[in-house]
Design a protein around this ligand. Structure first.
Ligand code: ATP
Ligand code: MG
Length: 198
């Protein structure tokens, strides 16, 4: 008897830094779709954000690892950072399918990113590699797209990495928006004190 195929969620993003909005979305999809695990996959260079990323891939991966450490369902994949260059979801999914040949992949994406799906590279082939799962996001309405496998309603947390970076620069608190270990890491490494978001 063949073993049941593993169900793996994939949450790609810049994670600059990872915050509780990301973790709540991953957790909700994990439960709703009965996933075995969710991979947090930080990008190398994001095609739509070439000018604004302010922390190195190594810092973004390190913060993501700290954020998921206490949750056995979550882990961090460096598949995009290791490949380097501009990250396209098609390459992420190709590499992960090769790495997990016996798994079904579920690519999780927020309403804001999904709205730009048509601009993604090789959009027509994405659906062959993974089922797409949209998650609701505070302040962003949901586009109706055929490729979306389903939409999962996530408790509305109006948190963004952009706002976290702005807060750090302004000396405003970020505790409870990001895990404590991430806030500590940002302080220790003096991240986001200068930058291009203004
Ligand atoms: P930035 O402000 O730098 O764009 P971000 O907060 O949007 O950062 P990303 O790394 O761009 O974070 O997002 C990764 C994925 O997580 C995207 O699919 C995004 O839509 C989703 N996401 C981010 N924040 C939330 C949130 N608060 N609720 C639901 N989904 C979210
Ligand atoms: Mg974003």
């Amino acid at each position: 008897m063949s073993a049941q195929r593993a169900r793996i969620g994939v949450l790609g993003g810049t994670f600059d830094p990872i915050h509780h909005g990301h973790l709540a979305a991953a957790s909700e999809v994990c439960a709703a779709l009965r996933l075995d695990q969710v991979l947090i996959v930080p990008t190398a260079t994001q095609p739509f954000k070439r000018d604004s990323v302010t922390a190195s891939p190594a810092h973004r991966v390190a913060m993501s690892v700290k954020a998921v450490r206490n949750d056995a369902r979550f882990s961090v994949s460096t598949v995009d950072v290791d490949r380097g260059g501009v990250t396209y979801t098609i390459d992420t999914l190709r590499d992960l399918s090769a790495q997990y040949p016996d798994a079904d992949l579920f690519f999780i994406t927020g309403a804001d990113s999904l709205a730009r799906l048509a601009e993604w590279k090789d959009t027509d082939q994405l659906g062959e590699l993974a089922q797409f799962v949209g998650v609701t996001r505070a302040g962003h309405s949901f586009p109706q797209l055929e490729t979306t496998h389903r939409v999962v309603e996530v408790p509305s947390l109006a948190i963004s990495s952009t706002d976290v970076r702005r807060r750090v620069r302004a000396g405003a608190p970020i505790r409870y928006l990001v895990p404590a270990s991430v806030a500590d890491y940002i302080a220790t490494h003096e991240l986001y004190l200068g930058g291009l978001d203004d």
